[in-house]
Design a protein. Structure first.
Length: 250
């Protein structure tokens, strides 16, 4: 049976906090021991907070490109400057919308820069994505290992979708699980070979966990997903990024 268990007792995370120790403390407090194939889903926000990925907007001086783009998209020029610094390409820029290709390859609004739920006096602060989410997930997984049992870890973030309203969570970092499962060549129930099917497991797990983590004031930044049997070779979340050459909508 698949279970989604919110981890309790996790307070406000600040730069330098040991997330492995914080999450282990939550598991101990809840009386939960890790099992084989357990997956811990951690929101990007607390990973970035622990890694000190804050930027003080008062220290940002927008350049000419940011000023011009900010006038088009009607956003704070300082925010636009940060978006440009974090991005490799502007995908779409219209009033109130700025979508870019992040340097990690992720196509997302405002390069994933966040202003919500930052804690304390955060009016002039924003939060960037982790430098290397897959490496962050690996460090957390290693720190969570108990009695030879190391859980898989997914770092989740919220994404919009070009053809549907609303956000879902996706895995931007992962360790210990097959983020992408290639099922091409397998047979369906009628004996036909699957030709294009690849399963974005990290995204599926991240969205399942978001039923608990939520998008507002829920205050649940980590979830244990239990009961899914992982049989494929582990692959990082970076493998989910579609190569630019395969982008049919450029």
């Amino acid at each position: 049976m698949l279970q989604i268990i919110p981890l309790s007792g996790i307070g406000e995370i600040v730069p330098g906090d040991d997330l492995g120790a914080v999450l282990t403390g939550s598991l101990v407090q809840m009386g939960v021991s890790l099992k084989a194939d357990d997956i811990i889903v951690v929101t990007q926000k607390i990973v970035s907070k622990s890694e000190g990925r804050f930027v003080d907007m008062a220290e940002i001086e927008p350049g000419s490109a940011a000023l011009k783009l900010a006038a088009l998209v009607r956003k704070d020029p300082r925010l636009v400057e940060l978006v440009l610094r974090e991005s490799s390409e502007i995908v779409r820029a219209v009033p109130n919308v700025l979508i870019t290709r992040h340097r990690l390859g992720l196509v997302m609004a405002n390069a994933g820069i966040d202003r919500s739920n930052l804690g304390g006096n955060a009016r002039e602060r924003v939060l960037l994505l982790p430098v290397d989410p897959d490496a962050s997930a690996q460090r957390i997984a290693e720190a969570l290992e108990q009695d030879g049992v190391r859980p898989a870890v997914v770092i989740s973030d919220s994404f919009g979708r070009p053809w549907r309203l609303g956000v879902v969570s996706v895995g931007i970092g992962a360790a210990g699980l097959p983020s992408l499962i290639d099922r091409r060549g397998e047979m369906d129930r009628d004996g036909r070979a699957l030709e294009v099917t690849q399963v974005a497991l990290a995204d599926i797990v991240a969205t399942a966990a978001s039923l608990c983590t939520g998008e507002g004031a829920e205050g649940i930044p980590a979830v244990l997903v239990r009961g899914y049997s992982m049989k494929d070779i582990a692959r990082p979340a970076a493998d989910l990024v579609r190569p630019v050459a395969e982008d049919l909508f450029r």
